[in-house]
Design a protein around this ligand. Structure first.
Ligand code: IPE
Ligand code: IPE
Ligand code: MG
Length: 255
């Protein structure tokens, strides 16, 4: 194996896969929205929509390698979603437990490395144990990096990061004069991930709902009408290809 490949693997922010179009999105983040409306259209309870939504994930993850998408981050449950009925919240929590139990082996065998971001404190011990186990059993994988945002809120993430940063300052480990734009990302849940290049939100809502605020500063956005349980690998591919046609300027003027 050439030395350059080995080096790249040690730094997730710099690795590229052979054959990836240079202008394709390396990291795609998805706000999977519309499960409730999908169920209501069928006269079914909201949880029916969540189950249908969970079944969509595998197809999208499996589509990533051929599309050159190395990192996929999905928004599964927000810090604000606790405001829903107790029945919906506990149904979602048991769905997450079931999802991890059922999908773990396939994810491992497909070369998917799974990580969770978000605050674990409000999650139950059984779910946390399953999350830890899935992260550990896929830790050696590198084909696709799947990050699941669970009890995730960007403001909460920045607040937790700032608390740790302040602790380091108080303990004399960090000089306030050294804090710059590179500092905070090292404290975020996403510290080992590159920033998303493309953020997709399904269901027709054109808002971010507290998802990856810092990390998506220069992401491209796609807001599509499809409800999440109807989202297919074909539509995903279309959005990934459309990204290649966008001109990203990062504040500069193109020569
Ligand atoms: C997204 O679907 C899943 C979660 C937020 C957990 P919703 O449940 O928000 O579906 P809608 O927006 O009510 O249709
Ligand atoms: C965002 O969807 C959160 C997830 C997809 C997990 P919501 O349905 O919770 O967002 P709002 O309430 O429409 O902003
Ligand atoms: Mg919603």
């Amino acid at each position: 194996m050439p030395a350059t490949t080995t080096t790249a693997k040690q730094d997730p922010a710099s690795d590229h896969i052979d054959g990836t179009p240079a202008n394709g999105p390396r990291h795609v983040a998805i706000i999977m929205d519309g499960n409730g409306r999908w169920a209501r259209m069928r006269g079914r309870p909201r949880l029916f929509g969540h189950h249908a939504g969970a079944r969509r994930v595998r197809e999208i993850v499996e589509a990533c390698p051929d599309l050159g998408v190395r990192y996929l981050t999905i928004f599964a449950f927000s810090t604000e979603n606790w405001k829903r009925t107790q029945a919906e919240v506990s149904g979602l929590m048991s769905l997450f437990r079931r999802y991890i139990t059922r999908e773990a082996r396939a994810l491992r065998d497909e070369g998917v490395r799974v990580r969770f971001i978000g605050d674990r404190v409000r999650l139950d011990d059984k779910l946390i144990a399953l999350m830890d186990e899935l992260e550990a059993m896929t830790a050696g994988n590198d084909r696709v990096h799947l990050t699941i945002a669970l009890n995730y809120g960007a403001r909460d993430e920045v607040a937790r990061a700032t608390r740790r940063l302040a602790e380091d300052v108080a303990a004399g480990r960090l000089d306030p004069g050294d804090v710059d734009v590179e500092t905070l990302p090292r404290y975020l849940d996403t510290r080992v991930l590159p920033d998303p290049d493309l953020v997709i939100r399904t269901s027709g809502e054109a808002r971010i709902s507290n998802f990856l605020l810092w990390q998506s500063a220069y992401a491209e956005y796609e807001f599509i009408d499809t409800l999440w349980p109807d989202f297919t690998a074909d539509e995903f591919a279309r959005l990934v290809h459309a990204f290649g046609g966008r001109e990203r300027r990062f504040g500069a003027v193109k020569a």
